[in-house]
Design a protein around this ligand. Structure first.
Ligand code: NDP
Length: 601
């Protein structure tokens, strides 16, 4: 599209048209089917590069109160909360070689958390840890995960480098019988699925992807043996290499400046430009941190979530790019046409400021135009970075814009765009993770509930849960996932509250001698109605979005997708539902069977 600016900038109508045009370019008939799994011929790309090969151990056969699947923040926080409630009889099964989840896997150079460390890192007051910078590096967060595990004595409970291969509800024993890739047989009263939200890497289904003969890996499996260096040291192995990066989302934005610094040539293949606001990274002010008074972290976490969900707290404690960009929540259901327009205008203004920043930083006007994102601020995750845009001023960095199509083809030598082949030695897939695919697919096993019915069968026409946590047909199963659950900019806020909820349910059952809990279908339908009601504003908003995992690549919403929703209102409101439910007596909407009653007859 030609320049559409008047002296005051583009009009709302012009922007609406431009957004629609950019969306249309990117709609693909194959929708979610465009992605490839790291399986079959790509299985090797899923190998854990951070462990020594050849690990073995004896199988564990035991009975426990809880099996937790996943040792990322969700699993760790659940275990910590259980321990605080005096329940120490649990196992954590984790595919990786250590705790940390996302922060174990994502060790690509430049990886950091874009949410302020003082609100993101859980339990800072309890561990006494002071993050070194305002936005913590992945290295520091991974180290912090290990510190959490040591502080709360989680290591003795962990089975690492172990995949759960099956889980069956045993009606008679009233237990989950769990099997693993290491021959373990775990029998537990409760099973918590904390299997990760962004842990299953995906590849772009570019025609010919299997033909590429150079070195290739996904950002979450970074191979430092090829690039040289480490997350904290320069990658000296790339000095004579031509490197291609596919993807310009939150990961691409963080990794590109690091490669730009060291590679001989860097080609950034762009399908949709990312939105990149100001970061303002800085070291922690030690005096300030030490002056914080008891209870500060909870207050700061809640204040941040208020600020990014449009609640506009009196004081903006975090006061950064997130709270500036998100201070009006345009997904809410507006009351009047004027309100609709005001919200839309505010969204356009935010994105227009982001677009103008590109002109200020990127010297080549043509490159600057191509880097401009034309989508609403809730359509994809907005990024904040001070080095991404300047990287495009370096002579060795080349933006290859595909005008929304994506890379046309991969040959043995490299990507092809618009008939031009770009030979590269190394191809890096910054292509993201499965988020809205079926839960059992992401978990890697299919839990079998009552009467031998599996999760994939029960949810074949969409999910059935209460709060995204309890699921009918699957007694004593506790879920921490986005399926019918909450969502938030600060994921660790969501995970902390979900873990608290799950641990509270287990504790109450143990305390009250409840052997089996399972939600009533009617309560699940009521929860679905809440999801639909709250989702109405979001649905309108997302209609005009460019495709992404936020909207399942704009695939048509069938009956199944209409159930597989995430609570799209404020995370604080979602937490409110959980808290209110916990306060009500006798697990409202949930069938319980007490051990005593069952034994008596
Ligand atoms: P994304 O899914 O956001 O990005 C994938 C990228 O690959 C997109 O730019 C996509 O383009 C591009 N792509 C896909 N197919 C092709 C193709 N055929 N040709 C060219 N490009 C293609 O993954 P990320 O890993 O960047 O981020 C995933 C999520 O991880 C984030 O939303 C965030 O929640 C989390 N994250 C968080 C961080 C944090 O600091 N908290 C840091 C990094 C990630 P298109 O946009 O057109 O689909």
């Amino acid at each position: 599209m030609e320049q559409d600016n008047t002296a005051e900038g583009p009009s709302i109508d012009q922007l609406r048209q431009r957004y629609r045009l950019e969306q249309q370019k990117r709609l693909r008939p194959e929708g979610m089917a465009q992605w490839r799994e790291l399986k079959g011929e790509f299985e090797d790309l899923d190998r854990d590069p951070f462990v020594e090969p050849g690990f073995t151990r004896k199988p564990v056969v035991e009975e426990t109160t809880v099996v937790i699947v996943g040792g990322g923040f969700a699993g760790m926080l659940t275990a910590i909360d259980l321990g605080k409630h005096g329940i120490t009889d649990f196992r954590i099964v984790e595919k990786a070689g250590d705790f940390g989840g996302t922060w174990y896997w994502n060790r690509y150079p430049g990886c950091m958390c874009d949410v302020e460390s003082y609100t993101y890192l859980p339990l800072l007051e309890e561990t006494g840890f002071m993050p070194s910078e305002r936005y913590a590096s992945a290295t520091e967060i991974f180290e912090y995960s290990k510190l959490l595990a040591h502080t709360f004595d989680l290591y003795p409970h962990a089975l690492f480098q172990t995949d759960v291969t099956g889980a069956e509800w045993d009606e008679e024993a009233r237990r989950w019988q769990v099997t693993t890739s290491r021959g373990d047989r775990l029998s537990s009263c409760f099973m918590v699925l904390a299997g990760g939200i962004l842990h299953k890497a995906k590849l772009p289904g570019i025609p010919g992807i299997e033909n590429f003969e150079g070195k290739a890996f996904h950002t979450s499996r970074w191979d430092y043996s090829y690039t040289g260096g480490s997350p904290t040291e320069p990658m000296d192995g790339l000095a004579d290499k031509r490197v291609g990066v596919i993807g310009t989302g939150a990961t691409g934005v963080q990794v590109v400046p690091q490669i730009a610094r060291v590679a001989k040539e860097l080609y950034v293949f762009q399908r949709t430009p990312g939105a990149v606001g100001v970061r303002n990274q800085r070291p922690t002010d030690v005096e300030w941190f030490q002056s914080l008074e008891s209870g500060w972290q909870k207050e700061r976490i809640v204040n941040f979530t208020q600020a990014v969900t449009g609640a506009q707290p009196e004081v903006d404690l975090v006061d950064d790019g997130w709270t500036e960009v998100m201070w009006v929540d345009t997904r809410s259901v507006p009351d009047s046409a004027e309100e609709v327009e005001a919200l839309e205008r505010s969204d356009f203004e935010t994105m227009e400021a982001i677009r103008q920043r590109i002109d200020e930083i990127v010297q080549d006007p043509e490159t600057a135009q191509k880097l401009k994102p034309y989508w609403g601020k809730h359509c994809k995750r907005v990024c904040f970075h001070d080095e991404y845009l300047p990287a495009f001023n370096l002579p060795n960095v080349h933006l290859v814009d595909t005008d929304g199509r994506g890379v046309d083809e991969l040959t043995a030598r490299g990507p092809v765009v618009n008939g031009v082949e770009y030979p590269v030695d190394l191809l890096i897939y910054a292509s993201g993770f499965e988020v809205t695919t079926d839960l059992h697919q992401r978990l890697g096993f299919d839990p079998q509930g009552r009467h031998g019915v599996t999760l994939s069968e029960r949810w074949a026409k969409g999910a059935h849960t209460l709060h995204g946590v309890l699921a009918s047909g699957f007694p004593n199963l506790l879920l921490i996932s986005l399926v019918q659950g909450g969502f938030g900019t600060n994921f660790s806020h969501l995970l902390s509250e979900s873990a608290k909820h799950v641990a509270n349910i287990v504790e109450t059952c143990v305390e009250q001698g409840i052997a089996v809990i399972e939600p009533e279908e009617a309560a699940e339908e009521e929860w679905l109605a809440v999801l639909h009601r709250v989702g109405a504003g979001g649905a309108r908003y997302f209609q005009s979005c460019t495709p992404s995992f936020y909207n399942s690549e704009q695939q048509a919403i069938d009956a199944r997708a209409a159930r597989n929703l995430t609570y799209s209102g404020s995370l604080l409101d979602y937490i409110g539902y959980l808290e209110q439910w916990r306060q009500e007596p006798d697990f409202a909407g949930v069938l319980v069977q007490r051990a005593e009653a069952m034994e008596n007859g």
